[in-house]
Write a protein that binds this ligand. Structure first.
Ligand code: BGC
Length: 921
């Protein structure tokens, strides 16, 4: 955050220290202020933003009984408790999230400084929170004063529109610049920027922010995001310069396997507006217009799938600083305004989050050097090189090696993933490409001058900077590796949108993968803002007829990809999950119309209540292992599930009549499902594992047949020598359903397997991410079909949810969503000595960890302030249970509810608890 905000924080602290000390009579504190799930966001365009905060306390049973939110138009006002924009007064409420701003109308550019007081369970007021901040972006198109500027393409038009032709590169990314004079001392400056294409902004020789691929991927025909940056510390009275570079990105670059550029347009353009406020209160704005100049620069071409070529001999020193002579640059051309709406990007930007040093360098062929990062990542490398002018170093990327130690690139399909750097000569040179990324563990260098040291290459991991919120650990190192692989799979694929894979010519927002993985994703990272943004893409991709697409965002070349069962249904499942995990009802309200249109689309196409029509590409239980789940059955199961979720979501937003309508629809589809697919003995047509999993998870069987169905499921697993056969769809439900249906031992057995097909099998074969296929590579058979063999696909990693919810035991109560009411219910087993997890929910940090020694079991938990938890302590029926050394029933803040099925069930408020019990192994 810029100087601007730190100054304001300091001012608030100094001004308010006096009153804060007086009020410190409770140990409850308020912190972690967020607005629309973001910390101090700049330039939002939500006029009734939602606020949240986190309460902490060292005691037990602490809660908020009231709050007061103050929103002020200046730091000074806030410090004096003047909420001139909004002062809620004391509100008796235990809500600390999803508080909707309801003060003075928020208008473009407004700055909002806010803080919170809370009252604890005794009615004692806390000190004020650390102050928070947000600013409003542009709420109307009229706020944009500039023109869209572009550069006339020089040389042959390289659209590459023909099918199956070689992929010609796009034109060189243009550089733009403009100098301006600021007459007076500056008090603040903001930059509002967007592009058709992807931009990097520079002010006075410095890069603005660290965002990569801004303004990120949306359906640019409908919507283009803009970013807001605080550039106060970069500008000053006197001469200044602003510059920008524009890459192709998703707008005009190659997308998927289409071998075609320009899916949304071929001409990139920039729109930028700098707004400066002088210390005397007057303002100045600098916008893109025909006074800007443009030039080609050192980047010869750059494409997400193909890679980037950089000729350092063409670098233009000083181009982005004042005083540069740009007479040889050309005037810009003015581009048409887009028809799309401009809106603020209100999700965490893509940035580099980690640097990895290689662990080994080999030379499998003369002059061919291969660096191993020991981790498959999405990102790129920083190259360090010194050599003669004109030397060309080529970097290629791969997830695996061939047996001879060279890199294996066949599975990248048409994605060239090749970067080239041409040296300018002289001192050591550093190259890091700007507008491309690759999925890789290995980096091949050729043409390197001399022998590269290990530090010639540094891996730069990039992804949407969704904050990490979860951790899992247990006594089995292979399982820990599995958890890390799941997290790496998420990091490698949450790049602006949830993609299927980061390496080959695909990298699309596949909806099936997203809905299968979304719950796991919420445990690893705070993905509230990420999925809030993506749901807009999902709605934008919906067809006029109401079909959700298979991929979102959508583009013309794949327009026929829609309505596939298990994929389109993400349009219902994702909002539902965001509601469950974050208590977010707005996502339901916002997309309610779209969800209704989807429900109408399904019903219109399938009046018989079996989903047989309009199934699009109908992928079924994609990549199952010799176990084809009947496609009508899978489709109908999802439709029933959608209806149930619609009914619950309707109820959550107060649409009682709809709730009943959709519950009736659920019942009717359920009846049709039973009539068509279920035998009187509870056998489900097809008899695959996924059949039973869907029927059980989606509640499609008569109550009396559920246990039978679970038996058949286990019978099938046993027949396969205790192996799974599920594909992308079934796999998510496997271990959760086995556990809930009374077979946690079978779930653990599947977890611990390391023979094909199983989660640990790829790990035995060197996986550091989740693979698309269990047998992507095996010692016996080598590589799977290169036509479809990604080593970084998160779908099969949907078991992450089970590790958190059932192994460590952190779960939520769907009736009180947002982890306001927590369920701690671990299932110790699988030969594990211990397992523990932590999860920072919207209400604060939850922890659950158990360990065993002999037949005694210890369960340590943390429950955040302002929540309560039902705790299932594993214990023999008669076991004596203690909590922090005291008999559990007598411990502070602990209430025994009942004993059942090998558990003693307690009710607790916030705090840390340590239970000990006996439980035979
Ligand atoms: C993708 C998947 C996707 C599938 C649809 C594949 O090419 O990589 O992850 O869900 O197509 O079946």
């Amino acid at each position: 955050m810029g100087k601007w905000i730190s100054l304001f924080m300091a001012a608030v602290l100094v001004l308010s220290l006096g009153c804060s000390i007086k009020k410190m009579e409770t140990d409850m504190t308020v912190a972690g202020l967020r607005c629309e799930y973001l910390e101090n966001p700049l330039g939002i365009d939500q006029t009734s933003p939602r606020l949240s905060w986190i309460l902490t306390s060292s005691g037990r049973g602490q809660k908020q009984t009231a709050y007061r939110v103050l929103v002020a138009s200046s730091a000074e006002n806030l410090a004096q408790d003047i909420g001139d924009l909004w002062d809620t007064g004391k509100v008796a409420s235990d809500r600390s999230s999803q508080i909707v701003y309801n003060g003075k109308e928020l208008v473009s550019r407004m700055r909002c400084y806010w803080k919170v007081y809370a009252w604890d369970r005794n009615g004692t007021m806390t000190a004020f929170s650390t102050p928070g901040f947000w600013s409003m972006g542009f709420l109307s198109g009229a706020d944009w004063k500039g023109e869209w500027i572009g550069r006339k393409a020089v040389g042959p038009e390289s659209a590459g529109t023909g099918q199956n032709q070689e992929t010609p590169p796009g034109p060189p990314p243009p550089f733009f610049r403009k100098e301006f004079t600021l007459q007076k001392p500056v008090s603040s400056a903001l930059a509002y920027v967007t592009a058709r294409g992807v931009f990097e902004l520079y002010v006075n020789g410095k890069r603005v922010g660290a965002d990569i691929f801004a303004p990120e991927w949306t359906d640019y025909r409908k919507r283009i995001q803009y970013r807001t940056y605080d550039i106060t510390s970069l500008v000053a009275q006197g001469g200044n310069a602003v510059g920008a570079v524009l890459g192709d990105g998703w707008y005009s670059g190659y997308l998927a396997w289409t071998k075609k550029r320009g899916h949304y347009g071929l001409q990139n353009s920039l729109l930028c507006q700098l707004e400066v406020e002088y210390q005397d209160g007057s303002t100045e704005i600098i916008v893109t217009d025909n006074t800007w100049r443009s030039s080609e620069g050192p980047i010869l071409h750059s494409d997400i799938l193909m890679g980037e070529t950089f000729d350092a001999r063409k670098e233009i020193p000083g181009w982005d600083a004042p005083g540069f002579d740009d007479t040889l640059w050309q005037p810009v051309i003015l581009e048409e305004k887009p028809e799309a709406r401009l809106l603020a990007q209100m999700s965490q930007p893509v940035q580099v989050t980690e640097h990895l040093a290689p662990v080994a360098v080999t030379e499998p062929q003369k002059g061919v050097y291969v660096f191993d990062l020991r981790q498959n990542i999405a990102g790129r490398v920083r190259l360090k090189v010194k050599g003669e002018r004109g030397t060309k170093v080529t970097l290629r990327f791969a997830e695996r090696l061939n047996p001879d130690g060279t890199i294996y690139t066949t599975n990248l399909r048409a994605a060239k993933c090749t970067d080239q750097y041409i040296l300018k000569g002289g001192e050591e040179e550093i190259f890091e490409p700007r507008f491309t990324f690759h999925g890789f563990q290995y980096v091949e260098l050729t043409g390197f001058p001399g022998v590269p040291g290990a530090d010639a290459v540094t891996g730069c991991v990039l992804h949407s900077t969704t904050p990490p919120v979860g951790k899992f650990e247990c006594s089995n190192q292979m399982v820990n590796r599995l958890w890390r692989n799941i997290t790496w799979g998420q990091r490698g694929n949450f790049i602006s949108i949830p993609t299927d894979c980061p390496q080959r010519d695909e990298r699309l927002g596949w909806m099936g993968d997203a809905q299968i993985f979304v719950r796991t994703a919420t445990f690893n990272m705070d993905v509230a803002a990420f999925f809030t943004k993506w749901m807009v893409d999902v709605e934008d991709a919906q067809s006029a007829e109401g079909a959700f697409a298979d991929i979102s965002p959508r583009f013309e070349a794949l327009a026929d990809h829609e309505a596939a069962p298990g994929w389109g249904d993400a349009g219902i499942i994702v909002p539902w999950t965001v509601y469950l995990v974050y208590g977010d009802t707005r996502i339901i309200e916002k997309h309610y119309g779209a969800m209704e249109r989807w429900m109408d689309f399904l019903l219109n196409a399938n009046p018989e209540l079996v989903r047989r029509n309009k199934l699009g590409n109908n992928y079924g239980d994609w990549l199952s292992i010799g176990a084809d789940t009947p496609k009508d059955l899978l489709a109908t199961a999802y439709w029933a599930y959608d209806s149930r979720l619609m009914s619950k979501m309707a109820a959550a937003v107060g649409r009682g009549e709809d709730a009943r309508k959709y519950e009736r629809l659920f019942e009717d589809i359920r009846a049709a499902f039973q009539k068509n697919f279920v035998s009187p003995e509870g056998r489900v047509q097809g008899e695959t594992q996924t059949d039973y999993l869907l029927a059980l998870y989606m509640d499609l069987l008569p109550e009396g047949l559920r246990a039978k169905a679970a038996e058949y499921l286990v019978e099938d697993i046993r027949k396969k020598d205790w192996h799974l056969s599920t594909g992308f769809i079934g796999v998510r439900h496997l271990n959760p359903i086995l556990t809930l249906m009374g077979y946690p031992d079978v779930a653990y057995r599947l977890l611990n397997n390391d023979t094909f097909p199983s989660w640990l099998y790829p790990i035995k074969n060197g996986a550091t991410t989740i693979w698309e296929r269990w047998d992507g590579w095996t010692a016996e058979k080598g590589f799977q079909d290169p036509g479809m063999n990604s080593f970084n696909h998160y779908s099969l990693g949907s078991i992450g949810e089970w590790l958190y919810r059932f192994v460590a035991g952190i779960d939520l109560d769907p009736e009180v969503p947002g982890y306001k009411r927590i369920v701690i219910h671990p299932y110790p087993g699988g030969g594990l000595e211990y397992a523990r997890a932590e999860y920072s929910s919207i209400h604060g940090k939850i922890a659950s960890g158990w360990s065993r020694s002999g037949d005694s079991l210890e369960l340590d938990i943390t429950v955040p302030v302002n929540t309560s938890a039902t705790v299932y302590v594993p214990a023999d029926p008669e076991a004596f249970i203690t909590e922090s050394g005291k008999p559990a029933e007598k411990a502070e803040g602990v209430k025994l509810l009942r004993r059942e099925h090998g558990y003693a069930v307690f009710e607790v408020g916030s705090g840390m608890y340590s239970f000990k019990s006996t439980q035979a192994k």
